[in-house]
Design a protein around this ligand. Structure first.
Ligand code: MLT
Length: 215
């Protein structure tokens, strides 16, 4: 069995076959950051929450950046592959269904989730992207047929301008994803409405007999 190469928290789902939320924290966060959101988002889901391996002045991230919003694309590709491989290894180790993994990422973690969608299109069943940017534009675009993605952005986010959100939504839709865009009266930080919107969207998109059952 391959070693699990990320420091992480794992919690099994309430029932066999329950989806697993892949929780991806923001810059300077860790594997504990998003755990309190999970019972509000999808109480029955299993949780896999890795800690980003890249350190920026001691602060964990999922990939290197050269400046705010300027990403080291070689490192991003490498780290995306590494995280996708970890996901496969963790599914084998903990016996969860790798076809039912839904990413929930915030900021740097949302950018990593976007990169997983774009570079490893089979890795995620869906994704909630809080305050996400375009991580990279692959050529050719992957095929993400009807993959449910929620993009939840802040109207006054100083790090992610509205045009960047629109670019991300267009990119994912061009790849075939079923993207819902939610605007929040907020900046770069999460607000209660993000969580409520994500909870409702997850219920709608991944109900046992719902449209999330397409893979
Ligand atoms: C990133 O580096 O992924 C974005 O700039 C968001 C962040 O500040 O982490």
């Amino acid at each position: 069995m391959p070693a699990l190469s990320f420091v992480h928290h794992y919690q099994p789902g309430a029932a066999p076959g329950a989806p697993t939320l892949l929780l991806l924290h923001g810059t300077a966060g860790n594997e504990h950051d998003l755990l309190p959101l999970a019972p509000e988002l999808m109480p029955e889901a299993g949780l896999l929450s890795p800690r980003g391996k890249v350190l920026e002045h001691g602060m964990p991230r999922f990939f290197r950046r050269l400046a705010e919003g300027v990403f080291d694309l070689d490192d991003l590709r490498l780290r995306t592959a590494e995280l996708a491989d970890f996901l496969t290894a963790a599914a084998e180790h903990y016996h969860f269904d790798p076809a039912r993994v839904i990413a929930v990422g915030f900021s740097n973690g949302a950018n990593m989730a976007g990169s997983l969608l774009l570079l490893r299109p089979g890795a995620l069943h869906g994704a909630v992207l809080f305050r996400a940017m375009v991580p990279l534009v692959p050529d050719p675009l992957p095929s993400l047929p009807r993959t449910p993605v929620l993009v939840s952005s802040g109207r006054t986010d100083p790090i992610v301008p509205a045009a960047e959100t629109e670019r991300l939504v267009t990119l994912l839709r061009d790849a075939g994803a079923d993207v819902t865009l939610a605007w929040q009266a907020a900046g770069h930080h999460l607000v209660k409405e993000d969580v409520i919107r994500a909870r409702d969207w997850l219920r709608l998109s991944f109900a046992q007999s719902g449209k999330g059952e397409h893979r």
